[in-house]
Design a protein around this ligand. Structure first.
Ligand SMILES: C[S@@+](CC[C@H](N)C(=O)[O-])C[C@H]1O[C@@H](n2cnc3c(N)ncnc32)[C@H](O)[C@@H]1O
Length: 349
């Protein structure tokens, strides 16, 4: 029987959500923070079944050293999850979890590093991070650490920052910054990139998959935010100007000029080095977040020239994206750009 759009959408969503983090990626990122940032804190991993989550393994291994007070884990009972699943423990545990999943039974584990004890309790519901019982646990914790379902990232971040104002260290897609809600949180310094990129995950078929767009996000303090990066004087005539916004296009982060204090568009990876004492973020070049910057989309003339020169993709008149004419006069639409401006008083800060 053909699958309905809804079924296909759910199947795709499920597939996109079931990517598990490797231990070395968790260790690499968490080892970059000061011990004091975790000391005496209650940590919550709210999308983590200890049967197969390396977040559990990480905190069992490092919880005492980090002097964490407690670590809470809740899993999501997901009846559609494949039985083939990586496990850190015995196959019997795996079977038990798979059966629990089918019954819709989820659990809450509490690990106390000082005593090395784990207590496991059954939840009333399926462990959805949006459920009241999971929100109660969230409310009592200090730091959320997890890799949440990719399809629910915006809801997840809204819950932990906007509603509960928690500290966190979580994995997400680089493209989240194109959404107006997420972008505004980044722009207003409510959260930022962690230290590292996550380039691989294992899926629930035990296949390792490579990614180029997943990063750690956090609102824990990170050192690079206090270290202005070294800029070099540039020949400003090399930079093009956007056709529909008054800023220059800087195609590489390393080309950000030392001798320029007006708006400029830079690749989104700039955010990995962003020091708010050195720059302010004004906007982003595409997605609905662009309206924070300008209401001027692509002009009729620009769109016509773009297609005349073999441009691809689907852009219409007034499309909300920044474009520019390159040095050969060809209408060009760059990959996502963050629009930034250097702070005049950066040295005196
Ligand atoms: C990207 S995976 C990461 C799993 C684990 N944190 C890790 O990194 O190994 C996201 C997990 O969230 C679970 N999940 C999906 N929807 C959820 C929801 N509404 N509430 C809580 N967890 C959910 C998925 O079943 C999956 O185990």
């Amino acid at each position: 029987m053909p699958q309905s759009n809804n079924q296909l959408h759910r199947a795709k969503e499920l597939k996109n959500n079931e990517f598990y983090t490797f231990m070395d990626d968790i260790e690499n990122e968490l080892s970059k923070y000061d011990l004091a940032q975790f000391e005496s804190k209650i940590v919550y991993c709210n999308c983590d079944d200890p049967t197969w989550s390396n977040f559990f393994k990480f905190f069992i291994k490092w919880g005492q050293r980090l002097k964490i007070k407690e670590v809470h884990f809740t899993n999501y009972a997901n009846g559609k999850r494949q039985f083939k699943q990586l496990t850190l423990f015995e196959l019997d545990d795996l079977k038990e979890s798979a059966e629990d999943d089918k019954k819709g039974t989820a659990h809450h584990w509490i690990y106390t590093p000082a005593t090395n004890k784990i207590v496991k309790k059954e939840l009333n519901g399926n462990g959805d991070f949006r459920s009241n019982e999971c929100k109660e646990i969230l409310c009592k914790c200090d730091i959320v650490v997890t890799n949440p379902p990719f399809s629910l990232f915006r809801e997840f971040i809204d819950l932990i920052i906007v509603t509960y104002n928690k500290q966190f260290l979580i994995i997400g897609d680089i493209n989240i910054s194109k959404y107006r809600d997420c972008f505004n949180l980044i722009k207003t310094n409510k959260f930022w990139f962690g230290y590292t990129q996550v380039k691989k995950f294992i899926n629930n078929e035990l296949v390792k998959q490579k990614f180029g767009n997943k990063f750690w996000y956090t609102n824990l303090d990170v050192k690079y935010r206090h270290q202005p990066f070294v800029l070099h004087e540039q020949d400003l005539s090399q930079f093009c100007r956007y056709d529909n916004y008054d800023a220059i296009e800087v195609p590489q982060v390393k080309l950000i000029p030392d001798n320029y204090f007006e708006p400029m568009g830079v690749p989104i990876t700039f955010l990995q080095k962003y020091c708010p004492e050195q720059f302010e973020i004004l906007g982003i070049s595409e997605g609905n977040a662009i309206f924070e910057l300008t209401n001027r989309g692509l002009s009729k003339e620009f769109v016509e020239n773009y297609y005349k020169n073999g441009g691809t993709g689907s852009y219409n008149i007034n499309h909300p994206i920044l474009g520019y004419y390159n040095k050969d006069g060809i209408a060009t639409i760059p990959f996502s750009r963050i629009i930034i401006r250097r702070k005049q008083n950066e040295l005196s800060n």
